[in-house]
Design a protein around this ligand. Sequence first.
Ligand code: HEM
Ligand SMILES: *[C@@H]1O[C@H](CO)[C@@H](O)[C@H](O)[C@H]1NC(C)=O
Ligand SMILES: *[C@@H]1O[C@H](CO)[C@@H](O)[C@H](O)[C@H]1NC(C)=O
Ligand SMILES: *[C@@H]1O[C@H](CO)[C@@H](O)[C@H](O)[C@H]1NC(C)=O
Length: 381
Amino acid sequence: MARFASFVVLAISLVSSTIAFPASRSLAGLSIEERDAAVASLRPAYPRPPPPPLADDGTKLVNDAAHRWRPAGRGDKRGPCPGLNTLSSHNWMPRNGVVTPYQMVDATQEGFNMESTLARRFTYSSHLIDGNVITDLMSIGAKTDLTGPAPPPPANPGGLNLHGFIEGDASFTRGDAFHGDNWQFNQTLFDEFAEYINKYGAGNYNYTVAGEFRYQRIQESIATNPQFNFRRLRFFAAYIETIVGVNLFTDGRRDDGQVPLEDTRSFFQDARMPDGFHRAAKPYGLEGTDVVFAAHPFTPGSNVNGINSYETDTTSPDFGTDPDGCIQYAQFINEAVAPLYPNATGILRRNLNLNLQYYFDTFGGKCEQIFPFGKDDEDDN
Ligand code: HEM
Ligand SMILES: *[C@@H]1O[C@H](CO)[C@@H](O)[C@H](O)[C@H]1NC(C)=O
Ligand SMILES: *[C@@H]1O[C@H](CO)[C@@H](O)[C@H](O)[C@H]1NC(C)=O
Ligand SMILES: *[C@@H]1O[C@H](CO)[C@@H](O)[C@H](O)[C@H]1NC(C)=O
């Protein structure tokens, strides 16, 4: 009898595991039928507003007893962002890499002292395209270890990997999606990064290194990736990522914007803080972006006809033409978010609207708000 019962349990769990939609997988881009079936199997959650900025916002020990590094275990998710990978491997957010936006904002503030507006803007833009807006969960990646053979195509297996909006081409230590693996640590790319760290930073990753290597990686993608795409939000993200690394991987006790090569390797490759690591001395947002951009000013665009055919996209804003981010905001909502969720209704629409609001709040009331799914009706709540 006991044996029969456990057989039934096993059979049921096998059946449900083949039909259950993973709670952290994005609903973006599904057909309306697929999406309805997924939503019916998921447990909805109300998207909690993000935490406020830190009250106590100085440096402190963050590689402490409660936040020891452990390598990702079986089934834990890790992905293209060395900062988020590190926060999960140090238990500042769940070690399995499946988190709520609230937890992500909280962890980036507490663990690294990322400035509130930037933390919220990254988090909610990513959640809207890569997270599951019904369950309020997002996965930071797809795979446990960060090296080894890539899973078979599609090269976009989940996590923070929707290509071309935030995740994109010409990353420092991850390859272009066109070449197959856009989220795992790539030793060849890191070796080249290390050369730049030695040549332009005398052994430290700093804004000068970031400016030079940013330009070099763009040149490499132009020359090797026929589908090189460096436009819209990705253009901004590609510059901002490079200074976020300098600002937040610098030990806050020094606060000198110089990240030693071995610390850089530890964060990018192993998702590991150095022993005794102290978070940044103050909340850091976009500081340094202007320096990196000014080193080699470049226009947004793409290869339009195979390799070495880069053309400027005049409809894409750059740092000079979109000071408040309103063009970026409107393009992201209209071109990325809206088409991914056709005919959203009910809790889907309610949760999309809440996340859109949390994202819009990062633009400080300077931009005109867009409601691609309409405003909520009373009967939706
Ligand atoms: C606030 C939530 C965050 C989100 C949603 C996020 C998301 C991402 C994504 C999707 C990428 C891949 C982009 C690409 O294709 O290059 C990325 C890259 C990167 N992120 Fe984050 N990130 C966040 C916070 C952080 C933090 C706190 C740090 C540092 C402490 C950080 C440092 C970086 C760096 C250095 C890269 C570039 C990696 C490379 O080029 O190899 N990020 N992030
Ligand atoms: C790492 O990047 C190099 C240079 O782009 C590329 O040739 C190589 O195939 C990549 N390695 C893996 C494992 O993807
Ligand atoms: C980066 O390091 C190099 C070598 O020490 C130095 O010349 C350069 O001024 C540094 N750049 C910044 C922005 O700190
Ligand atoms: C989605 O909504 C539009 C406009 O209301 C409608 O024309 C279309 O038929 C809907 N599509 C589906 C598949 O329900």
